[in-house]
Design a protein around this ligand. Structure first.
Ligand code: ADP
Ligand code: MG
Length: 718
């Protein structure tokens, strides 16, 4: 195990924060003035960089990176596999001299910085690319800082890029996010101008993604083929102690994990990722990190980088980090709460109630627009978080379910209800907590209450999209939220113009009218009760909200042109891109589930059955040796139990295997998805139950896999 070096004198974080990054601040310092100004201009006005500027920037970047120890550079991008991809090139170039001696030198050009051409044929394109157009391109995104990943012999400079095809079709998750940011800014500005913020120049989506994860001992995890191959356990009887003591959440962090976290944070800070809080989560061995929010694009890059860093640092500490949505049955799963807001170019949070009547009117208008956007696009929002992994969380009794609804909190709910009724209401009554202890000052209550069961909750100055899965690339759901809200801003601009034309001169009244209309039209999306209850499933249906419990139903929304029209209208995705993403979602679901089922089959054949056979033989031999008739007959009971388990295991395994062969025999992707979801998964649940029963029945020494108890409580004594 890596020994944790105790620093004599820990240094302040600000001393090393971002030391492995090269962003706008470093460029201002290191670039020739003109090159820097050209870069800023191109960022502000969306103009292309000239090749001279690009070369100047490349030279400054190379000097910085080489001096930091970088030997290679790579275009870092986020293909639709959900992971990140990188192809490394060395900085060296060779000069041949007259006597054919070669001279090696570090070189890096503007073109190498700006553009790359990784072979795109091995990345999913959802059928958008035919083989003769297998080319794919990466292009530098100058708004996101470059960063260095340290290696053993040399480091790699990573250049955040977008990834697209020959005709400009997006092949990644970042491009739609950037497009949605643009649409949101444009449409929000138009609306805000009409509202009276005449000098607003841009609007930015902000994002703080809270990341949940599990940390396990690596040696134990390695002995579980299911963890190695699928990132989650496919079988495992419950541990006698699970999470019922509820002592883990915010409990004291185990020593081994604390050392990991300190190292992780050190790495994250050097990479410019502003982590703020760390704590234990609800389940044993489950933890959470929350960063300070940033603009959505940078926050999304940082979250992907954080997931990679979590895995890398865990490895150094001889642990593994599981970012799967449901690594253990019966134990809480992991989510990634996406805190989302919008702010203007003055840095004002538009979802924060203000001090002036104008600011408060603006705030309520923003809320009304978001409510109606979520209401109208609930199905696509649900689709944006659909994955085989997240299906285990959604709908279970632990995470926001598969019905999108919005929780506003009592006070805001009251204000909106009063507006709908046409009654004026006192906006922000001061709410104070009196503890009744003399020397402890009264504090003001966060004026929103919380609802941990809500998938999309207002938390005072932002919305928290809680239904996102832990392993998701946040660019996907955030792009959809942005697009939905952008479209609603466009609509709101038109509607407000119409209202103003009717009643010229009384803008505030027109805005109030708009708020009233939008909140009452979208009323069905507001829900303050328990989202986990069965009653809500029924009520949601009655309200006409989409109820999409599993990935197959959720992603089929993307086949409905009416549901996805806003994405083309806002230029976030073209029709072929939407179509492609639908196919990739189906294919990923099928592949994930197929791998899980094949792994389960192998586990049963290779581990569970042989263990049971050994046990059975042992009991049979033992029974033969018994002399007392009563003991013998009781022992026969045990034989019968084991034999019946054995028979059931073989039968269910047989059914699962034949379902798997049926799928392999030339079914279409959609047919395959249906069979997997409707037949194979239920069979695997049955098979798992039999395995877990076996695990509980047979001797510890015969069970060949680390148990839940060992996996989940490996930190208990640390
Ligand atoms: P709370 O206690 O209300 O959940 P925190 O301040 O702990 O809020 O923040 C939770 C997460 O929300 C953090 O990751 C934080 O950065 C993020 N967050 C806070 N304000 C915003 C905002 N305006 N936009 C986006 N994310 C935000
Ligand atoms: Mg949490």
């Amino acid at each position: 195990m890596k020994t944790f070096e105790r620093l004599d004198q820990p240094t302040p974080i600000s001393d090393y924060f971002g030391e492995l990054t090269f962003g706008l601040a470093q460029m201002r310092e290191k670039l020739p003035k003109e090159a820097y100004l050209n870069l800023v201009k191109s960022l502000d006005q969306g103009k292309k960089l000239t090749s001279e500027t690009a070369d100047a920037i490349a030279t400054a970047i190379k000097e910085w990176a080489v001096q930091k120890g970088a030997t290679h550079f790579c275009h870092w991008f986020q293909p639709m596999t959900g992971l990140t991809a990188e192809k490394h090139d060395a900085f060296i170039s060779i000069q041949h001299s007259y006597h054919s001696e070669i001279r090696v030198m570090e070189r890096f050009t503007g073109t190498q910085l700006i553009q790359g051409e990784p072979d795109a044929s091995s990345f999913p394109s959802g059928g958008m690319r035919s083989t003769f157009e297998a080319r794919g391109y990466t292009a530098w995104d100058p708004s996101s800082p470059l960063f260095i990943i340290e290696g053993v012999r040399g480091h790699t400079l990573c250049i955040p890029t977008v990834f697209f095809g020959y005709h400009g079709e997006a092949l990644d998750n970042k491009t739609p996010l950037l497009r949605s940011n643009q649409a949101l800014s444009k449409e929000a500005c138009e609306f805000l101008k009409l509202l009276g913020d005449v000098d607003v120049k841009s609007v930015t989506a902000t994002l703080g993604a809270e990341q949940e994860y599990f940390l396990l001992d690596r040696e134990l995890a390695r002995q579980r083929p299911d963890l190695v191959l699928t990132g989650r356990t496919l079988l495992g009887a419950p541990s006698s102690r699970g999470q019922q003591l509820e002592d883990h959440y915010f409990g004291s962090i185990p020593n081994r994990v604390k050392e990991f976290m300190e190292d992780l944070e050190f790495e994250a800070y050097r990479l410019g990722i502003p982590l703020k809080t760390r704590h234990n989560e609800v389940a044993p061995s489950q933890f959470e990190l929350a960063p300070i929010f940033e603009s959505a694009n940078i926050a999304a890059d940082h979250n992907t980088l954080l997931m990679e860093t979590l895995k890398r640092v865990a490895y150094q500490h001889e642990m593994v980090c599981l970012i799967h949505e449901k690594p253990f049955a019966g134990i809480n799963g992991s989510g990634k709460h996406c805190n989302w807001s919008i702010c203007n170019d003055k840095g004002e949070n538009l979802l924060e109630p203000g001090n002036t009547p104008h600011q408060n009117l603006r705030f309520l208008a923003m809320i009304a627009v978001v409510l109606k956007a979520v209401y109208r696009h609930a199905a696509v929002l649900r689709a944006s978080i659909a994955s085989a992994g997240n299906d285990h969380r959604l709908g279970a009794n632990e995470a926001p379910p598969a019905i999108i609804s919005v929780f506003l909190g009592e006070l805001l709910e009251k204000i909106l209800t009063n507006i709908e009724k046409g009654v004026a209401s006192q906006a922000t009554e001061a709410q104070i907590i009196h503890l009744g202890v003399g020397h402890i000052p009264d504090i003001s209550k966060d004026y929103t209450d919380r609802n941990r069961t809500s998938p999309f909750a207002f938390t005072g100055n932002k919305f928290e999209f809680r239904a996102v899965g832990a392993s998701a690339n946040v660019s996907v759901p955030v792009a959809i939220v942005n697009a939905a809200v952008a479209e609603m801003f466009q609509q709101a601009t038109q509607d407000l113009q119409a209202l103003l034309a009717k009643k010229p001169g009384s803008r505030d009244e027109a805005v109030m009218e708009l708020i009233r209309a939008y909140t009452s039209e979208s009323k069905a999306i507001r829900f303050a009760g328990n989202n986990y209850s069965e009653a809500w499933q029924k009520e949601a249906k009655e309200r006409g909200l989409p109820v999409l419990p599993r990935t197959p139903e959720a992603v089929s929304t993307m086949k409905n042109p009416k549901a996805t029209e806003f994405l083309t209208k806002m230029k976030v995705l073209t029709e072929p891109e939407i179509h492609a993403r639908y196919h990739i979602a189906v294919e990923r679901y099928n592949k994930t589930i197929s791998i899980e089922l094949a792994t389960l089959r192998d586990l049963v054949q290779g581990h569970v059955l042989p263990a049971l056979e050994t046990q059975l033989k042992e009991v049979l031999d033992f029974k033969d040796a018994l002399t007392q008739p009563e003991a013998k007959s009781r022992c026969q009971g045990r034989v019968t139990e084991l034999e019946s388990l054995y028979g059931n295991l073989l039968a269910t395994l047989g059914s699962l295997s034949s379902t798997l062969s049926e799928i392999e025999s030339g079914k279409s992707e959609e047919e395959m998805m249906t069979i997997l979801a409707d037949v194979a998964i239920p069979l695997s649940v049955e098979l798992r139950q039999l395995c877990d029963q076996t695990e509980m029945t047979i001797a510890d020494k015969h069970w060949p896999l680390p148990k839940y108890r060992e996996l989940l409580f490996s930190h208990a004594l640390s």
